[in-house]
Design a binder for this molecule. Structure first.
Ligand SMILES: [Zn+2]
Length: 383
C-alpha cells in the first residue's frame, strides 16, 4: 500500500493510523446510508438529517472496527507481543504485531479476542435498540433504534466474517494455532492455513461474481450489485494476502528444518588476540582464504575477527594494531549451539548485525556459521 496514512491518536499506548483508502470507504458508507438505507427505514426526514445520521453511523462503524483491533491488541500485549500500530483501511483494520505469538495458545486467544469483542458489541447494540423500542414511543427514538440495530448487525457480521478459517483472517489464525499445536511446526502451519485462505478467497470472489451477474441479468435485485462487488474485492484481497503468506512460509519451512550443524564451517584454526592485524592478514586471512576467524585465549573464545573488520582499519595501522582491538568481543549473542535451525541463526544475525556466529558445543568451538555459507546452502538447494 503506497497511499499515505495519518496518525489520529493512541489507545492502549498503540498509535492509531488511518490509511487514505479508509476515507473512500467512509464516504461510501455515509453515502449508501444517507441515500438508501436510512430513507428506506426512516422515511420523511430531511436530506441533511440523513447525511448527518449516515456520517455518525459511519464513524461508529469505524469505532467498532477499532475496538475489534484493540481486542486483539489487548490480549497480544498481555502475551508481551508488541503492537507497532493499528491501521484502519478500506477492508477494516489491522493490528501490526511486532513479532509472532509465543505459543499456539497465545495465537488462538489473540485471534479470537477481536471477533469476541465484535460479537459482544453487536449483541449489546441490538439489546439496547430493542429495549429502547419497547420502552419509549417518542418519534425521535426511532432514529436511535435504527442506528442501534444497524451497528448491532454490522458488528455481528464483522465478528462472523472474521471467523472464516482462512489465514490471514482471525479464524485462519485460530486454525494456524491448532495446526501449530498439533504438528509443532509454525511455518508449515502458516502455509497450510494460508492454503485454506486462498480457497476461501477464491470462493468469496466467485460468490461475488455470481451475485453481480445475477443482479445484472435481472434474477436478483439491483441492490445486490454492491454486495457482489464488495465480496469480490474482499475475496481478491484475502486471496492475495493468503498467497503472499504461503509464499513467504515456503523458504522458512526449509530454513527451519536445516540445522546450523549442516551449514557450519568446521574450523579449528583460531587467531591469538595479541598478534598484529598484519600477521593475521598474512598468515590467516590471505593464507587460508577464509573471511572470518574466532579469536581464542587460553582455550576460550573471546571474539570474532572478520575481513570486514580488517577492511575498516587503514592499511597503515595493520602492523601496529592487535587483533584484540579490532575483533568483536564475544557476548552470549555471538555463540549459538549447533542444533539450532538456520532460521534461528539468521534471526540472531538480523538482531545483532553480526555476519558470523560462533557455534559452540560443550563449551568448545565446533565451527562458524556465516551469512554467505547459509546463502550458498540455500542457492545449492534452490530455495
Ligand atoms: Zn480481527
Amino acid at each position: 500500500m503506497t497511499l499515505p496514512n495519518w496518525r489520529i491518536g493512541r489507545a492502549l499506548g498503540i498509535p492509531i493510523h488511518v490509511h487514505a483508502s479508509w476515507f473512500a470507504v467512509f464516504f461510501f458508507v455515509t453515502w449508501s446510508l444517507a441515500t438508501g438505507y436510512l430513507p428506506d427505514t426512516l422515511p420523511g426526514l430531511s436530506v441533511p438529517r440523513y447525511w448527518g445520521m449516515g456520517g455518525i453511523a459511519a464513524l461508529l462503524l469505524f469505532l467498532s472496527v477499532l475496538l475489534h483491533e484493540l481486542g486483539h491488541s489487548y490480549v497480544a500485549l498481555r502475551y508481551r507481543v508488541p503492537i507497532k500500530q493499528i491501521t484502519l483501511f478500506i477492508f477494516g483494520g489491522m493490528a501490526h504485531m511486532g513479532k509472532e505469538p509465543p505459543s499456539p495458545r497465545a495465537e488462538f486467544l489473540i485471534a479470537m479476542a477481536g471477533p469476541l469483542v465484535s460479537l459482544i458489541l453487536g449483541a449489546g447494540c441490538f439489546g439496547i435498540a430493542m429495549a429502547m423500542e419497547s420502552l419509549f414511543s417518542q418519534p425521535g427514538v426511532k432514529g436511535l433504534v435504527v442506528l442501534g440495530s444497524l451497528l448491532g448487525m454490522v458488528n455481528i457480521q464483522l465478528g462472523l466474517f472474521n471467523l472464516i478459517p482462512g489465514f490471514p483472517l482471525d479464524g485462519g489464525r485460530a486454525l494456524r494455532a491448532g495446526l501449530w499445536a498439533r504438528n509443532k511446526d509454525f511455518h508449515r502451519a502458516t502455509s497450510q492455513a494460508a492454503f485454506v485462505g486462498i480457497g476461501f478467497g477464491i470462493a468469496l470472489g466467485l460468490i461475488g461474481v455470481v451475485l453481480m451477474v445475477g443482479a445484472w441479468s435481472g434474477f436478483l435485485s439491483q441492490s445486490i450489485t454492491t454486495n457482489g462487488v464488495w465480496l469480490m474485492c474482499i475475496g481478491a484481497f484475502l486471496f492475495a494476502a493468503a498467497l503472499n503468506h504461503k509464499r513467504q512460509a515456503a523458504p522458512r519451512i526449509l530454513l527451519a528444518s536445516v540445522t546450523v550443524r549442516q551449514v557450519m564451517v568446521h574450523r579449528s584454526v583460531t587467531l591469538l588476540p595479541d598478534m598484529t592485524v598484519q600477521e593475521a592478514v598474512d598468515q590467516y586471512f590471505v593464507a587460508q582464504g577464509y573471511g572470518e576467524f574466532p579469536v581464542c585465549e587460553e582455550g576460550q573464545v573471546i571474539g570474532v575477527a572478520t575481513v570486514r573488520d580488517v577492511q575498516a582499519l587503514p592499511t597503515a595501522l595493520w602492523p601496529r594494531r592487535r587483533v584484540r582491538e579490532m575483533m568483536r568481543p564475544t557476548s552470549p549473542t555471538l555463540c549459538i549451539p549447533p542444533d539450532w535451525s538456520i532460521m534461528q541463526a539468521m534471526d540472531r544475525m538480523a538482531q545483532t548485525g553480526f555476519d558470523c556466529l560462533v557455534v559452540m558445543e560443550h563449551e568448545k568451538i565446533v565451527g562458524l556459521v556465516t551469512r554467505s555459507a547459509i546463502a550458498q546452502y540455500l542457492q545449492l538447494h534452490k530455495a
